[in-house]
Write a protein that binds this ligand. Structure first.
Ligand code: ASP
Length: 339
């Protein structure tokens, strides 16, 4: 008897479905579907019924844009009531950005949306794609975790907590500030207490308008002039400031701090995220952090840069005044931060 579960697979591109060419691996329309169809596992009785949707032009995820995020979200919305879960096949390079963006865009999500990909294409002998796809499909069909998550190398991570931490290893993603929601071994272990549930229960896709958002990384020797020119870009709405340690900046560079203060006073939202992989910003710990609070910089707590960036896009795309954007930025909306 056919499995009654249904999973929708959206193939956006990435290494997973790429084909060897004289110029290295390249995405090609239809190739992934063809390859998957030849895998006996896909006819196994424990596999759900699968629909694969190839986007017109599969892309390397280095080319992903907020408009592409919207297309994926709308595609999920269109098929939402016909499937038990969704798997998005995606390149690894910007996968954590897409996972973060979708987590905010898909307001009221009550079904699993799992993003996955691979480091080696599905057609290659030592591919990691097979395990990632099969486990992602299996989880999407049988584990109704109502979140945007990211499956890679035996772990299901919350999407907006992830970052790509290995350029070529199979365990390419980590969620350094929370354990994986589920881990795969001979048994599947789900950490139920970690599952994040949205209050809203009806799906709505929030399109991102085009706010001007940027990332500014501090480094020893950064000049006040550089920071000031950076922040003076016309119509810059929000900045993720990648600071040191618990959220510290070079306060002996008074003009640099002044430039940050001036931007905040003008209504720019500057969110302080640490350059450290793990741990949280706490600007009250050192004088070098405290002065940023006085300048009007807000805390990103333990958000990844990817999540903070996506959240700025999201909040600036809703009709909120600056005070509300700042307030929501420090509020946990989708499990993206721990306060
Ligand atoms: N450049 C590829 C991409 O992000 C890398 C990958 O898929 O692993 O699309």
């Amino acid at each position: 008897m056919a499995n009654s579960k249904k999973v929708y697979i959206a193939y956006t591109g990435g290494t997973i479905g790429m084909k060897p060419s004289n110029n290295g691996f390249i995405p090609q329309n239809g190739f992934l579907e063809q390859t998957l169809a030849s895998f006996p596992e896909f006819n196994h009785k424990q596999m759900p019924q699968i629909t694969i949707h190839d986007y017109a032009e599969p892309i390397d995820s280095a080319n992903m844009s907020p408009e592409d995020w919207y297309l994926i979200a709308k595609d999920i919305e269109k098929n939402y009531h016909h499937y038990d879960g969704f798997v998005v096949l995606h390149g690894t390079d910007t996968m954590a950005y897409t996972a973060s963006a979708l987590s905010f865009m898909l307001e009221g999500l009550q079904k699993p949306v799992i993003i996955t990909g691979s480091q080696i294409p599905l057609t290659q002998l030592r591919t990691d794609a097979r395990d990632n796809i099969i486990n992602a499909i299996y989880l999407a069909a049988n584990y109704p975790i109502p979140e945007v998550s990211l499956f890679f190398h035996d772990h299901l991570h919350r999407g907006n907590r992830c970052t790509k931490t290995d350029a070529d290893g199979f365990a390419a993603f980590s969620s350094p500030n929370i354990p994986p929601i589920a881990s795969i071994g001979s048994k599947i272990k789900v950490r139920d207490h970690l599952i994040f549930k949205q209050h809203r229960t009806e799906l709505n896709v929030q399109r991102f308008s085009s706010p001007k958002i940027a990332i500014l990384t501090l480094f020893p020797g950064i000049s006040a002039e550089f920071v000031s020119d950076f922040l003076a870009q016309p119509n810059l709405d929000g900045v993720v400031l990648q600071s040191y340690g618990m959220g510290n900046a070079p306060i002996n560079n008074q003009p640099l701090i002044e430039a940050l203060k001036e931007a905040c006073d003008k209504g720019m939202v500057i969110v302080n995220c640490t350059q450290c992989l793990q741990g949280s910003v706490n600007m009250s710990t050192y004088e070098t952090g405290k002065i940023l609070i006085d300048a009007g910089v807000i805390s990103g707590f333990d958000m990844t840069t990817e999540a903070a960036l996506a959240k700025l896009y999201y909040l600036f795309s809703r009709d909120l005044n600056i005070e509300l954007v700042r307030e929501k930025m420090i509020t946990n909306l989708r499990g993206e931060l721990t306060i």
